[in-house]
Write a new protein. Structure first.
Length: 392
């Protein structure tokens, strides 16, 4: 590294906020932030880097919150999207009065091999076990982070684990999966929640049904082909009718409510139970004190694995960029891949974007494989590049 010029020593250091989400499938948010910070410090060691990893409700939600909130993490036996035993966690805060859960620990797409992904048969039953454990532990408020799910069952498995079982026309319990909901005829039993208040921390605002619903938008990511998507959307429509009729307090028009399509329709099931949807990034931002920090920095650096049109709908990048824009602070996005146009990005407050794939030479030259294999290396290099371009 060349010596620092004498005149540069008189310049005040920048205050830079590093607040990325995870890079799904490669690095959790804390490691993303650490890699970028390492690269920045190689070039501008005098700058003040404020590291605040973020999450929007999907995988990594509990990890980020556990670093920011005083509380204790409690292991909970549960099941994965295919009903196999696994272990999840609850984060208990405020003396146990509030329980934080991450649906992806029981329903996550990352828990399945590619060949196992089938939203026709995957279930949210394991999430119901996590909620039941939180309620039995005495939590009065249960916050459920939604995102990254392998399911499209409208929360039917979750409700069954809580004591409200979907039945078909013969009175038999519905089997696991979204396809079975097409035969839903009634709901048997009531959820055992001990009057606990439910909050869905959503990473999307999609409704349960329709063109922008759970099946159409997210079903293909979970293994659904076009025929499956049509079947699943119709099945969820039938399930919504049953919930509205048989679940006391379920709001009318359930299939169109914002956030109902989160995590394959688990959002709708939580709404049907009297819960409410809140922005996942909003909840995490308050927990880590993001609003206060944003008032004190010169530059914001955020990011995620793929920056695309879905990033503009309630995810970490959009929330951070909007808050930075409101303060007149530039916001830079680092991503594995960038497919959002400059004008679209600017509309939510993004100043500039940087892609790991492009850093490694572009997709046509093996950049995608390199980005997946060596993300920390690429993020350190991009951190150094940012420092050269932005630091005083």
């Amino acid at each position: 590294m060349p010596p620092v010029p004498v005149w540069a020593a008189t310049l005040p250091g920048m205050r830079v906020l590093l607040c990325p989400d995870k890079f799904a499938g490669t690095l959790p948010a804390p490691q993303v932030a650490a890699a970028v910070a390492d690269g920045w410090r190689e070039v501008a060691p005098g700058d003040d880097l404020l590291v605040r990893p973020l999450a929007d409700g999907g995988p990594g939600f509990l990890d980020v919150l556990a670093e920011a909130l005083p509380g204790r993490r409690v292991p909970v036996p549960t099941t994965d999207p295919l009903g196999r035993p696994t272990t999840g966690e609850m984060l208990l805060t405020e003396g146990g009065a509030v329980a934080w859960l991450e649906s992806a620990q029981a329903c996550g797409l990352h828990l399945l091999d590619a060949a196992e992904r089938d939203p026709l048969t995957t279930t949210s039953y394991g999430l119901g076990l996590l909620i039941a454990a939180a309620v039995e532990a005495g939590a009065r408020t249960v916050v459920v982070g939604l995102g990254g799910s392998a399911t499209n069952d409208g929360g039917a498995g979750m409700l069954a684990a809580l004591g409200a079982v979907g039945l078909d026309g013969t009175g038999a319990a519905l089997p696991y999966g979204g396809a079975a909901l097409a035969a839903a005829a009634k709901l048997d039993g009531l959820p055992r929640l001990r009057e606990a208040r439910l909050i869905a921390a959503t990473d999307v605002d999609n409704p349960l049904l329709g063109l922008h619903g759970a099946s159409n938008v997210f079903g293909p990511q979970k293994g659904a082909d076009r025929a499956d998507v049509l079947l699943l959307d119709a099945a969820l429509g039938r399930w919504a009718e049953v919930l509205e009729r048989d679940l006391p307090g379920c709001p009318s028009g359930l299939g169109a409510l914002p956030g109902g399509g989160a995590a394959g329709g688990i959002g709708a099931a939580l709404l049907a139970l009297g819960g409410r949807c809140e922005s996942g990034i909003g909840l995490v931002s308050r927990a880590v004190g993001l609003e206060t920090v944003l008032d004190e920095v010169d530059l914001v650096v955020t990011g995620e694995g793929r920056f695309d049109h879905q990033s503009l709908r309630g995810k970490v990048v959009a929330g951070v960029a909007g808050a930075a824009r409101d303060r007149g602070v530039p916001c830079v996005v680092l991503a594995g891949q960038v497919s959002t146009g400059r004008r679209e990005a600017a509309s939510v407050g993004v100043t500039d974007t940087y892609s790991l794939v492009e850093h490694f030479g572009g997709e046509e030259h093996g950049g995608l494989a390199a980005a997946l294999e060596r993300p920390a290396e690429g993020l350190r290099a991009l951190g150094a590049r940012l420092a050269r371009q932005w630091s005083r």
